[in-house]
Design a protein. Structure first.
Length: 409
C-alpha cells in the first residue's frame, strides 16, 4: 500500500482484515469522496461500482442513516444487476412502512423467544458434531458457518440437508467469498427458484388446512396487519432477504464472539463466573468486531454533511464500523470494556428505520452458543493465528479461527 493512505484504498485487503487504524487516519476528514466498492448482491467482474462519499465519524454516520428521506436505500446498481433486490433493506417509504409493519409482527419478540428450544437443539447438535476437546478446531469452517444456515433452514421448513445450500446462497450474495460472477449468478437463481417452489408448496398446504414445518415462512404467509398480507412474490423475496441478511452476518458475529473468548481469557473467566454478563459481552462484541462495516445510501437531493456538499444521486457509504471506533463516543475504542455506559449506541445493527429486524434472532443464537460453551468448557484457548477475511468490508470477520476447547473437569 502507498504511504499516504487515502479513501480510494479502503478496499485494500490489509484494510479489510483490520480496518480500524485506517479509519482513524481518515475520520477527522469525513466526509470524503472517491471510494469505490460493491453493494451487497452486485457482481464484481460484471457490475461497475459508483465512486461514493464515505462518512466515518459517529455523527455523520448517524445523520445519514437516520435521514431516510434525503438518503435512499434503493440500490440502482443492484436493481439493474441480475441479483434479486432485498425486502426492507432496499425499500424506501412508503413501501418500507407497509412491509416493516407486517415483518415486525412476524419478528415480534415473543415469537422469536418461542424459537429458543429449537435454536438450543441446533446449537447442541452442531457442537456435538463439530467440536472436539484438546485438539485445534477451526470454528469458522463448520460451527460458525453452519449454525446460522441451519437455523434459517429450520425457520423455512427446508430439508435438513439443504443447510449447505443456504450457506452458499448467503455467501455468494454477501460477497464474502472470492467466487466467479457466473457462480454468484447461479447461486442467486438457484435460491430464488427454490424459494418460489417452496413458498408455493407451503401456501398450498396452508390453504388446505395443513400445518407445514417452517415457523418463519408460515408466519410470513399467515400474518395480516390491518387486512394487509404479503404477496407470493414478497414472501419469496423475504425468504431470500432473511437468508442473506441473517445467515452470513450471524456466522461472522459468532466467530467474532468466540475470538473474544479465546483472546481475552479474563472476559471468558468473568463470563464463567457471572453468566449475567452475557448481555454486556454481546453488545461490546457488536461494537468491537461488528460484522457489517459499511452499507450504501444514495442522496435524494443536494445536502450538506459536515463540510461536504453532497449532490442528488451521489452514493454515500455509511461506515458503521468506523462510528463504533469513534473515540468521541466510545473512549479508548481499542479497549474491550464491559462497563461502557453507552454500549447500546453501537451501530452494528444500523440506525433509524432500517435498524436490523433480525437482531433478536441473532441474539438468541449468540446467547445459546455462549451458554452452551460455558456449560461444556473450562477454557477456550487460541490454537493458531486467526485469519481475518480480506474479500469485502461488507462483513468484518474471520476466515479461519483455530481454538482448543478444554473440557470442564
Ligand atoms: C449479528 C447479526 C446481524 C447483524 C450484525 C445485522 C446487521 C444489520 C444491519 C446493519 C442492518 C441495517 C441495514 C441498513 O441500514 O441498510 C440490518 C437490517 C436488517 N437485518 Fe440484520 N443483522 C444481523 C442478523 C440478522 C438476522 C438473523 C436477520 C433475519 C433473519 C436479519 C434481518 C435483517 C433485515 C430484514 C433487515 C432490514 C431491516 C429494514 O430495512 O427495515 N438480520 N441488519
Amino acid at each position: 500500500m502507498k504511504t499516504a493512505f487515502g479513501v480510494d484504498q479502503l478496499n485494500h485487503p490489509d484494510v479489510i482484515r483490520n480496518p480500524y487504524p485506517y479509519y482513524d487516519l481518515l475520520r477527522d476528514q469525513s466526509p470524503l469522496f472517491g471510494y469505490r466498492d460493491f453493494p451487497p448482491g452486485t457482481m464484481p467482474g460484471v457490475d461497475d461500482p459508483s465512486p461514493s462519499w464515505v462518512v466515518l465519524n459517529f455523527d455523520h454516520v448517524a445523520a445519514v442513516a437516520w435521514d431516510h428521506e434525503n438518503f435512499s436505500s434503493r440500490d440502482s446498481l443492484q436493481e439493474e444487476s441480475s441479483a434479486p433486490s432485498l425486502m426492507l433493506v432496499n425499500h424506501d417509504r412508503p413501501e418500507h412502512t407497509r412491509l416493516r409493519k407486517v415483518a415486525s409482527k412476524v419478528f415480534q419478540p415473543a415469537s422469536i423467544k418461542s424459537l429458543s428450544p429449537a435454536v438450543d437443539a441446533l446449537v447442541r447438535q452442531a457442537m456435538d458434531e463439530f467440536f472436539v476437546t484438546d485438539r485445534p478446531v477451526d470454528v469458522m469452517t463448520d460451527f460458525c458457518a453452519m449454525l446460522p444456515s441451519r437455523v434459517m433452514a429450520y425457520l423455512f421448513g427446508m430439508p435438513d440437508d439443504m443447510d449447505r445450500d443456504v450457506r452458499n446462497w448467503a455467501t455468494a450474495f454477501m460477497l464474502s467469498a472470492d467466487i466467479s460472477p457466473q457462480a454468484r449468478q447461479a447461486y442467486n437463481e438457484e435460491a430464488m427458484a427454490f424459494f418460489a417452489d417452496h413458498v408455493r408448496d407451503n401456501m398450498d398446504r396452508i390453504s388446505k388446512g395443513e400445518d407445514p414445518s417452517g415457523p418463519l415462512l408460515n408466519a410470513f404467509i399467515r400474518t395480516e396487519v390491518d387486512g394487509d398480507r404479503l404477496s407470493f412474490e414478497e414472501i419469496v423475496r423475504f425468504c431470500m432477504t432473511a437468508t442473506v441478511a441473517g445467515a452470513e452476518t450471524t456466522s461472522f458475529y459468532l466467530g467474532n464472539l468466540i475470538t473474544v473468548f479465546a483472546d481475552f481469557p479474563d472476559i471468558w473467566q468473568d463470563f464463567v463466573e457471572g453468566p449475567n454478563l452475557f448481555d454486556a459481552i454481546y453488545k461490546e462484541v457488536l461494537r468491537f468486531h461488528g460484522p457489517p462495516q459499511r452499507l450504501f445510501r444514495v442522496a435524494t437531493r443536494d445536502i450538506t454533511i459536515g463540510k461536504a456538499d453532497i449532490k442528488r444521486g451521489d452514493w454515500v457509504a455509511c461506515f458503521f464500523g468506523a462510528a463504533n471506533y469513534d473515540p468521541n463516543v466510545f473512549p479508548e475504542p481499542y479497549e474491550f470494556r464491559l462497563n461502557r455506559k453507552n454500549a447500546n449506541r453501537h451501530m452494528s445493527f444500523g440506525y433509524g428505520i432500517h435498524r436490523c429486524l433480525g437482531a433478536p434472532l441473532a441474539q438468541l443464537e449468540a446467547e445459546s452458543t455462549a451458554r452452551m460453551l460455558r456449560e461444556r468448557y473450562q477454557q477456550i484457548e487460541r490454537a493458531g493465528e486467526p485469519v481475518w477475511q480480506d474479500v469485502s468490508l461488507l462483513n468484518h470477520g474471520l476466515a479461519s479461527n483455530p481454538v482448543i476447547f478444554r473440557e470442564r473437569s
